[in-house]
Every structure is written in C-alpha cells, then in structure tokens.
Design a protein around this ligand. Structure first.
Ligand code: SF4
Ligand code: SF4
Length: 421
C-alpha cells in the first residue's frame, strides 16, 4: 500500500522518514527484538506500532500528542533494525520525527520536565559543566525530599565519586614504526565518568604503531541533542567537529558507541544544509576503535595476566545495532591469552542506558538495567566488557546494587591490561 506522506511538508528530514515508513510491510518480525514491547506488552510500544503512529501523524491523520508517549518511550536502541527482513531504516524515522516534532513545538512538556531536559542538555555535553553538575547532584542527595520529583533521577544517577580529570596529550606518537595516524573523539561524559578509557585507548593504539591526535577544538558528538529532538544543537555540535578534525588522518576514531553512531548520522543531522556533502564525507571516515584495530591487526599480541580470566562481553546497542560491530571487539578480547570470552543471554536487549533515557524514563531504564545485571551475573564472569560509557555506567550501577564484585571495563581497558600496563 502506498503511503500518502508528503515528504516536502516535513522539511529536509521528510524524505528519509517517508522512505522508512514506506519500507515497513507490518510483518511484526521486529516485535520480539524490542525491549519496550517486552516491557509494556502493547503494540504501540513496539517498532511496528510506532511506525504506524508516526506514519499517521506525518500523513496528518493523527495528532502529534497521540504518538508522543510511545515515541518518548522508544530507547532508540535500534534492535528492531537487524530483526527486520525488509531493511526498514528505523533510525531514519525516530530521531528525525523527534526533531520535526520539537521544531514545531508539537511535543509540549511540563515545566519540571523541560527543566530536567534543559539541565541535561546544558551540562552532559560539556565536561567542565558536567563535573560541576555531578558535584551539585551529590550535594543535592542530602536535600532529596525538597527536590522536585521530576529532577530526582538526576540525583539518583550521580555516581558517589568521579575520578580526577585527565588532560590527554594533543599528539601521542606511535611506538616503533608508524603504521597509521588517527584522530580520536574524546567523548564528553566519558571524559568525566571514566577518563581512563581514553588513556587505555591511546596506550593500545600507540603500542600498535598508531599515532593518535586528540584535536583541541573538538566537542560533543551531538548525539544527546539529536536523540532528544534538538536539531539546532545537534547541527552546531556536528559543524564544530567537521571543522575540528583534520583531513590528513587515516580515520576518525570513537571509543564510545553512542558517539560513533551519532557521528555516522551527520549526513542526516545536516541534511538540506550547505554542510550536507561535507558531513557525508566526514561520517564515512568515522570508525570505532575496535574495528580499526581489528582491521589493521594487533602488531604485538597481548601477554595476558598469566591467569585464567572469564570475561563477558556486552553488546552496546549503538555499536552492534547502529554500527553493525559485533565480531571485532570479541576478536580483540580473544587475543588475550588466558581470557575466556562468554556471551550474555538476551544480548539483543538494551541495558536501559540509552543516552538520557535513564533520566527521562527511569522506571523502564531501571527494569532493563536490573535484567542485564542478572544476565551478566549468570555468566559467572569476573569482568564484563563493553564499548560504550553509557552501558558501562548502567551496568556498574546495577551490578553494585546486587553487591556483585564483577568488574565493569571498556574493551580497550581489558586490552591495555592484557599488555600488562
Ligand atoms: S520487521 Fe520491519 S517490516 Fe516488519 S513490522 Fe518490523 S519494521 Fe516493519
Ligand atoms: S529502537 Fe529499540 S525500543 Fe525503539 S522500537 Fe526499535 S527496538 Fe524498540
């Protein structure tokens, strides 16, 4: 059945949205893969249901408000994409739909929710501000009953302590003969919550003959803004990075899956602007660090710790589903002698972190986080590794709640430790 969306009436993002809607044949194969369908058990919180809702809104047959709660509840985990036999590009629909809704003022929110969203947008993408905000949130925990209910998830999610800031070198030379030269996105929340991830990444790259540049002028990838419908902010972040990253590198590396997947969508974010072509060329140079290392090959095999170690690998949605990266991190981890890699049951299910989903939908995020922690514990692994700071933070929080001693590490930290330093 032909859809009757008029793409031109929804601006530059109208065409990708219409194409995604048109590709759906409503077969329902995606339902079993969707965490929110599992949580809520209703069609309107499944991929197929959301596609129908968004289609009807875009056609003008349904008010935007009818779709809002179900679109809000979508994690953006993209588990529906690999499950879809028709190749529906759900990513071309969800974030553009949120952006168009917000641009038109169609998703009204209560003042406290607006304030919470504004606070997240004004702090998380800026490491200095985020560090201050976390200190403020820790203080705020003492006055929790006085804080509006809508803002309490921000207090609950603030870690008890954050590590000291680490200033990364602008250039880290390759050790031995240089095999490649790359630029690294440092990631904004990651720099605050676990700066050792970047240190480990640079150490592993340099040890494998790769020179690493960390451009000073880089900023947030824009993912947080893009996934919450703030198109103008996402465009500003994207343009900043287009200008900041040098052209004379072999690749632009990311070690946070959420950032990598947002940068892969710069062509959508800047669609219909003078920067669209530049953004399309830029995104094709963006590669997750695990993919780059697996492609180039480890020059020197890790030594391992000398003892057996069982490591569970958690697929970050924005690595596995959004970037199709599953095998490369596993291959790198398997290169560590003595490391036994094990899989987590229901690996396709999101851990519930999903950007600011933890703040916006705390009950669903907590349910998914607890399920994931139980699945990790069932593996009997001593360590769980993943490639995304959001997942690592969520896993850490939910494993700690169970009193588990399982260590939560980025793939690059496990690899760096495998080199003995
Ligand atoms: S599997 Fe694909 S085609 Fe089938 S309902 Fe889901 S999105 Fe639509
Ligand atoms: S992105 Fe995730 S939560 Fe949203 S419809 Fe797809 S599978 Fe469900």
């Amino acid at each position: 059945m032909l859809h009757s969306i008029k793409p031109e009436s929804h601006g530059p993002l109208g065409r990708p949205m219409a194409d995604a809607v048109q590709a759906c044949v409503h077969c329902g194969f995606c339902l079993a893969a969707c965490p929110t369908y599992q949580e809520f058990g209703q069609e309107m919180d499944s991929p197929r249901g959301r596609i129908v809702l968004m289609k009807q809104v875009l056609e003008g047959g349904l008010p935007w408000a009818a779709a809002q709660p179900h679109v809000d509840r979508c994690l953006g985990c993209l588990a529906c994409e690999p499950a879809c036999p028709s190749g529906v590009a759900y990513r071309d629909l969800l974030s553009p739909f949120r952006a168009v809704a917000q641009e038109r003022g169609e998703f009204p929110r209560p003042p406290a929710e607006r304030l919470r969203r504004w606070l997240a947008a004004q702090t998380i993408p800026f490491p200095g501000r985020f560090r201050l905000a976390l200190a403020g949130a820790r203080l705020g925990k003492f006055f929790r009953p006085l804080v509006p209910k809508m803002l309490r998830p921000m207090l609950d999610l603030a870690p008890a302590a954050v590590p000291p800031a680490v200033k990364l070198p602008r250039v880290t030379p390759a050790q031995g003969e240089r095999r490649a030269r790359v630029a690294l996105l440092a990631g904004c929340a990651q720099q605050v919550l676990d700066p050792d991830i970047n240190v480990a990444t640079i150490t592993v790259l340099a040890r494998n003959g790769i020179e690493v540049i960390v451009p000073d002028a880089q900023g947030c990838c824009g993912g947080l803004a893009w996934h919450t419908g703030d198109l103008r902010a996402a465009q500003a972040f994207a343009r900043r990075n287009l200008a900041a990253f040098p052209a004379d590198v072999d690749a632009i590396l990311t070690n946070a899956a959420g950032c990598g997947s947002a940068m892969h969508e710069y062509h959508l974010i800047l669609r219909g602007t003078a920067d669209e072509g530049r953004a399309d060329a830029f995104r094709k140079r963006v590669v997750d660090v695990s993919v780059f290392l697996a492609r180039i090959g480890l020059r020197e095999a890790p030594r391992g710790s000398g003892r057996a170690q069982k490591v569970a690998y958690h697929d970050a949605c924005h690595l596995a589903n959004a970037q199709g990266v599953r095998e490369e991190p596993r291959k790198l981890l398997r290169a560590i002698p003595g490391l036994e890699l094990c899989e987590v049951a229901d690996a396709h299910l999101c851990c519930g972190s999903a950007g600011t989903y933890n703040l916006d939908q705390p009950a669903t995020a907590a349910s998914l986080g607890a399920q994931k922690a139980r699945a990790v514990l069932a593996t009997g692994a001593a360590v769980v590794a993943s490639g995304n700071i959001g997942c690592l933070t969520q896993l850490r929080a939910h494993l700690e709640k169970t009193g588990s001693p399982v260590r939560v590490r980025h793939t690059m930290q496990v690899l760096r430790d495998g080199y003995g330093g």
